[in-house]
Design a protein around this ligand. Structure first.
Ligand code: NAP
Length: 299
């Protein structure tokens, strides 16, 4: 069994980006600028946004964090996004989800200029992804594809089971793995809360991507010997022995499953860092698109 070390792979990607940013700067070009919007003070969202801002610093991007109280009106938030859409100094815009109940995430996502949609959630971005056209790939599935590429894990002709069909993880993941691009060409089964015989389906998988948000859900008896296991889940579990008061748990029972797996991602240190590295790549593309007329965003 080999650990798929997301920290290591993410660092390699960030190191590459750092060089490219230095080259942009040396050519007198503006460096990529990511704007993150955080509404309210959800603990997990605070952590994710802080990690994104830190990654921008690491690779030499400019970043701006805009914070709003949870009580902000949808009108004000949308107005801010429209201003950022029109600001030539902003390359990428991300609005950290979840949003307070009174604000429609759909409306907010739809408001972001697709050219600056570095999270890859806009309907136009998703449509292009499904059609196999060049576009931004949602950061988490993109990060997983980059991890498969880093470790040269063959997907062609394999049976991949994706557990979870969310718009940000499971569904785009199934599109990428079943697509004809690099690290695609798998036969994909997508499972959700109404799937019957999920255990039996998983047991036939060469690759399992678990993205359901149920700690330790994937057990040893659901996994074929030699399967590749990608654990996307991140759930905070109360733990008084930790300074933070919680520990992070993935969707896979790591201790039981790892001995059967050929490759497995840890939580933390697997998909999480790759998601951030992928966001950095998308932001770099957004900036390159602006600098080089006609530059195509490549998948
Ligand atoms: P989500 O929107 O809540 O979607 C969960 C999906 O799992 C849904 O499609 C749901 O089915 C399915 N599901 C739930 N219980 C199930 C069960 N018992 N059996 C089969 N399917 C089940 O979650 P998400 O946003 O995709 O996130 C999933 C997990 O990944 C969370 O832990 C989240 O924190 C984590 N995450 C991590 C990263 C990262 O960077 N590592 C990024 C994003 C998310 P239905 O559609 O039928 O309800």
């Amino acid at each position: 069994m080999q650990i798929l070390d997301g920290k290591l792979a993410a660092q390699a990607i960030k190191d590459g980006l750092k060089l490219e940013v230095a080259q942009l700067a040396a050519n007198g070009k503006e460096v990529p600028h990511l704007v993150a919007i955080l509404v309210g003070n959800n603990g997990a969202s605070e952590t994710y946004v802080a990690a994104k801002v830190k990654a921008c610093e690491e690779v030499g991007f400019k970043s701006t964090l805009i914070r709003f109280e949870a009580s902000i009106s949808a009108f004000k938030l949308l107005d801010t996004i429209r201003d950022l859409n029109g600001d030539p100094e902003v390359d990428g815009i991300l609005v950290q989800l979840p949003l307070p109940d009174h604000i429609s995430a759909e409306e907010v996502i739809n408001c972001i200029d697709p050219a600056k949609d570095v999270d890859g959630f806009h309907p136009s971005t998703v449509g292009k992804l499904v059609l196999g056209q060049p576009t931004y790939i949602p950061a988490t599935p993109y990060g997983i594809m980059l991890l498969l590429e880093y470790y040269k894990i063959e997907t062609k002709g394999k049976h991949a089971v994706v557990i979870g069909r969310s718009n940000i993880v499971g569904r785009p993941m199934s599109v990428l793995l079943s697509g004809s691009g690099n690290y695609g060409n798998a036969t994909v089964t997508i499972c959700h809360s109404h799937t019957k015989n999920l255990k039996e389906i998983c047991a036939t998988a060469d690759i399992i991507v678990a993205a359901l948000g149920r700690p330790g859900f994937v057990k040893e008896d659901m996994v074929k010997e030699g399967a590749v296991i990608i654990d996307v889940g991140i759930t905070r579990i109360d733990d008084s022995s930790k300074k933070s008061g919680y520990r992070l748990s993935g969707d896979v029972d790591f201790a039981a499953v790892a001995p059967k797996a050929s490759f497995i991602t840890p939580v933390p240190g697997g998909v999480g860092p790759m998601t951030i590295a992928a966001l950095m790549k998308n932001t770099f593309k957004a900036c390159a698109l602006k600098h080089y007329d006609g530059f195509l965003i490549q998948n």
